[in-house]
Every structure is written in structure tokens, then in C-alpha cells.
Design a protein around this ligand. Structure first.
Ligand SMILES: *Cc1c(COP(=O)(O)O)cnc(C)c1O
Length: 368
């Protein structure tokens, strides 16, 4: 009897790094300083250096990273932000929390990402920011997207919440726009033991305002220039993330090995096709996604064989209940609607062994 393979398993992850994590936590406890201190400053510096950007601002989660980035870009009531209908709903929720309206652009079924053409069609006089999502850790085609942004005079905010370490033509995504949002939700490629997020700052003119916005709009202690919010990332999480950051490239390399193994083992399956990688992209494989016209039966077969899977995401955002008031209806985004019925995410994390990945692939091949 072989063991099942869960969709995600943090126990081997924690075990592999336990000593460094314990040391990071102990350092904070011994310091007696818990909010906006030396760990936060050092983490922001190290994160910015890793991504090759001018600065980074650590915040409470990825949703607020995007929200505060939008606010810093001047987005507010009456404005529109163009994004993908196939993403974590929190991408669109961030737009709403910034006071604006998300406007969706259909995806290319091959990449499940928005295209420059679909984004251009979604732009109106009210559009303030273009916010493409590097979904599953696979970069969107950034050059034509940046051309479009420049032509329209609109800034690009990369939703890089799933894309820590992914490369577009050799350069890290998250470093292309003036700002980008990152999440450190535990399952993300760089994950905290709780919630966390950061704004990558390519244009350093935004940094001061962002630091103010995350801390109640204070320019100095007890002097509030604007409301802002409480979106600070505590010292404990900054210390843990500092311990983890040096491992990120190694984890990405391992994720890419597992992806190559899956690609090889699933080759020739005519009704289960991996999403694959575009020539301009080196994905960080936050998720490994296959498409199948018999997705639901496949998921059921895999569950029966003890293999955990998930669907990212089952409902395109324009058809979510919360967006009924925006008038979204079936047929608005045909590619998005079709692809969400076919996608399935297989287990993908650095601690997955070759034997486990082979077992997953065999279970896929045996499903009929
Ligand atoms: C995780 C995620 C978010 C939200 O991040 P949180 O840290 O959970 O708030 C936003 N966008 C995408 C694409 C994500 O994957």
C-alpha cells in the first residue's frame, strides 16, 4: 500500500529549515522589539536586492500590497483597473478596497494570462492602472504589455503574488513596473508562517508614501498626514522570511525539476496536457497546471488514488456572486469561462520527492 500524496505538505518544509527558523524567532524574542524594527529594515533591503529593484515595503499581506500600491499610484473612486478574470479573487478585491472598479480582460487559454490585445480592448477613459497577473508563477508577455502601457500613458502594476523568482527574458518579474505586489501567504513560493506581503518599488518616488500608508499615514510618530491603514509586517515574520529568502532560488530550481519530470512523464497524453512554458518565460512553478476536457473525472480518479489536487480557479471573477452588481454574465470572457472547466493543479512543492512525483504522474496516466 503506497502513501497518499497531499496537495501541499508543510511538515518536511519546516523540518528541513527548523534550526534557521528557530534561530530567527529567538533573535526577535531576545531583541524585545516586535514591530517596524531592524528585521523589517533588513528584510526590505534584502528583498529589494534579490529582485533588483530600488526598494521594497513590507506589509501585512498580498492583498494590501496591491491595494496600497494602487493608492500610491493615485487610484481611487471612479477609476478602473484592468486585470485578469482568472486569478485569486484577492487581486480584484484589492482594486475595490482602493476604491476603484476592476475591469477584466480575457485570457489566452495557452497561458491563462491576459494579452496585450485583450487588455487594450478593456481600457476606457477611466482606466488608471494595468494590473496583469503572473498566474501560476508563469510570467505574462511583458514587453508588449509595457509597450501598451507606455502608449496609453498608464502605469503597470505587476501582481507577482505567485511569481517570486520567475524570469521574463532572464530578468525577474516584479522588477518591470514602477510597483509590484508580492504575497507571503504560506503556500506561496516564499511563504511566511501566517500572512505577509510586500510592495516591490521600481520607482523610488513611491517608497515614502507607501511607508506612510502602511502605518496609519504617519509622517512621524503620532503625526498623521492621511488616514492610511495598519498594514505592517511584524518583526517575527520579517526574521522568518529573511531566513527563508536565501533558499528561494534552490526551491525554484527544485520546482523546475519536478515540472520537467511531470512534463516528461505526461508526454503523449492526448487528453491531459501540461500548460507548459512560453519561450520568453522561466516559470517559478508556483503551481503545476494541466488542462483536460475530462478534468472533473481526472480529479476524482486522482483523489481515489490518494493524490490531492486543486482548481485554480473554478469561477472566473466576472461570474462571482460579489460581482453580479458589475453586470458580469456568461459569455463575457469565453476563454476564461472555458479554461476554468479544464484546469487542474497537481502537487508541486520543493520537498516533493521524485518518487512521489512519479506516483502522481502514473496516477494521471492510469486515469481513464
Ligand atoms: C495570494 C494572492 C493574492 C493575495 O495575497 P494574500 O497574501 O493572500 O492577501 C493576490 N493575487 C494573487 C495572484 C495571489 O496568488
Amino acid at each position: 500500500m503506497t502513501e497518499g500524496i497531499p496537495f501541499v505538505d508543510f511538515k518536511p518544509h519546516v523540518a528541513a529549515h527548523r534550526a534557521e527558523i528557530d534561530a530567527a524567532i529567538a533573535r526577535v524574542l531576545d531583541s524585545g522589539w516586535f514591530i517596524l524594527g531592524p528585521e523589517c529594515e533588513a528584510f526590505e533591503r534584502e528583498l529589494a536586492a534579490y529582485f533588483g529593484v530600488a526598494d521594497a515595503v513590507a506589509v501585512a499581506n498580498g492583498t494590501e500590497a496591491l491595494q496600497l500600491a494602487l493608492e500610491a499610484m493615485g487610484v481611487g473612486a471612479g477609476d478602473e483597473v484592468v486585470t485578469s478574470p482568472v486569478t485569486a479573487a484577492f487581486s480584484a478585491i484589492a482594486v475595490e478596497r482602493a476604491g476603484a472598479t476592476p475591469v477584466f480582460a480575457d485570457v489566452d487559454p495557452a497561458t491563462v494570462a491576459v494579452t496585450p490585445e485583450s487588455v487594450e480592448r478593456a481600457i476606457t477613459k477611466r482606466t488608471k492602472v494595468l494590473m496583469p497577473v503572473h498566474l501560476y508563477g508563469h510570467p505574462v508577455d511583458l514587453e508588449p504589455m509595457l509597450d501598451l502601457a507606455q502608449r496609453k500613458g498608464l502605469p503597470l502594476l505587476e501582481d507577482a503574488c505567485q511569481a517570486h523568482g520567475a524570469l521574463y527574458k532572464g530578468r525577474k518579474v516584479g522588477s518591470f513596473g514602477p510597483l509590484a505586489g508580492l504575497s507571503f501567504y504560506p503556500t506561496k513560493n516564499l511563504g511566511a508562517f501566517g500572512d505577509g506581503g510586500a510592495i516591490l518599488v521600481g520607482d523610488s518616488r513611491y517608497a515614502e508614501r507607501l511607508r506612510r500608508l502602511r502605518n496609519g499615514g504617519q509622517s512621524q510618530r503620532y503625526y498623521h498626514d492621511e488616514p492610511g491603514m495598519n498594514s505592517r509586517l511584524d518583526e517575527l515574520h520579517c526574521a522568518v522570511l529573511r531566513a527563508k529568502l536565501p533558499h528561494l532560488d534552490g526551491w525554484t530550481a527544485r520546482r523546475r525539476e519536478i515540472a520537467a519530470l511531470y512534463d516528461r512523464e505526461l508526454k503523449g497524453q492526448d487528453d491531459v496536457r501540461p500548460l507548459g512554458e512560453q519561450p520568453y518565460a522561466k516559470s517559478c512553478y508556483h503551481l503545476y497546471v494541466v488542462r483536460s476536457p475530462r478534468r472533473d473525472a481526472l480529479a476524482k480518479d486522482l483523489a481515489a488514488r490518494g493524490v490531492g489536487t486543486l482548481i485554480h480557479y473554478p469561477v472566473p471573477l466576472h461570474l462571482q456572486k460579489m460581482y453580479a452588481r458589475l453586470g458580469g454574465k456568461v459569455g463575457d470572457f469565453p476563454n476564461a469561462e472555458q479554461v476554468v472547466g479544464e484546469i487542474l493543479s497537481l502537487p508541486m512543492y520543493p520537498e516533493l520527492t521524485d518518487a512521489q512525483a512519479l506516483q502522481v504522474a502514473a496516477a494521471v496516466r492510469e486515469s481513464r
